[in-house]
Design a protein around this ligand. Sequence first.
Ligand code: FE2
Ligand code: FE2
Length: 428
Amino acid sequence: MQTAKLYGIEHVKFGKSVDIAFERFQAAFKEKPDLVFGIVGEELAFEKEVMFDLSKATRPMIIYLKSRSIERMDFYSPMLKEELQKFLVFLVTPKEELKKEPQEHLMILGIRNINVGHIKSAEERVGLGAVDDLKLYESSLENFNQTLDNVLENKEVDYLDLQFNVSNIFESLTNRHQELLKLTVLKRYDQVTFAHILNVSVLSIFFASKLGLPREEVLEIGIAALFHDIGKTHVSRKIIKKTDKLTDEEFEAVKGHTVFGAEILLKYVDTLGQLPVLAAFEHHLKSGFQGYPKMPYPRKPHLGSAIIGVCDIYDALSARRSYKTSMPPLVVYGILLKEKEKLHFPELVDDFFKIMGVFPIGTLVVLSDSRIGVVRLQYEGDIFFPQVEVVYPADKREVLNLKGNTAGLKIEKSLDPFVEGQPYVSLI
Ligand SMILES: [Fe+2]
Ligand SMILES: [Fe+2]
């Protein structure tokens, strides 16, 4: 399923995976002519045994299957290789293209030796899509967390698994990107570097895909973004956590995270590819020898590094850290516009705001008629005029499309949900 999703069903790698899977099924059928897999809660079960020890590895797949209403799979001997292949193709076909019940589809495809059971009750299905996309996203992040630990402990990394996780993040994003972008806003409120790299990765994936880069490149960028600050693990915690202004010496130490990061990731070129190394090394480079690390010659970064670089500055500015309240979106916008001239790809800053809008989804704003609302939807290209839901005063609640509204309403300013916006948070 992973190879089908990542390489497409025409690719030789998919063919090989089917061969391997089929061989394993053949071997298993020798012991038992019918193999029944089920989903219990969020665990995989074989026959009646719940495979708790496989939990971490299988969860993204389980949630994926559940999001497609599949909670049971039966395989019977003599299953043909062709049936297995068709079944896998069916599993990776976009949900929207499947109009019938899963089992009905299998019949149409001529698959006789595989049955699927689906989630039956109507209540269970309500809202399943949204919840499961979020769950899929979260469990993929959890698995990514594990991979990150492995890299830090010099252990093996399963690249296919990592790609699968990032592609799940990617998929949840394309299905419900507006919802999930909200999550990146929420995650800003905890103060861990981890939240930062996840934000940057989610932003980079979204940004790169909106820029129209091919899927494989978007995935590579997403993975590279997840590792862009890995070098910070080699910089003293005291400095990373310091809330006051850094001394020159301390700042020099922080700059080292680019080189450290590249060194760590060089060991993983075979599995992770070159982009993570480049991105770790280049994401703070600026034109004309500004930025860091200091280079002996001018170096133009890879486009992927530049995309990650823009998302990195954006997140660093917007994030609420323990020692400062978050910067208002308009200020962030202003700073990035100034910063733009120093970048190797200045046009990326314009593209970024064209896609994201100046006021991210979930931002509390004051409108020009003094009403208070929350940003719900962005219109690409209309960076100052998103859709806003008015939440205060209570009798003036409504959903407004600021884009082209006849009353000439606009956003006056944003409110910090921890300071002046706090009384309105419960209304969102
Ligand atoms: Fe960095
Ligand atoms: Fe960063």
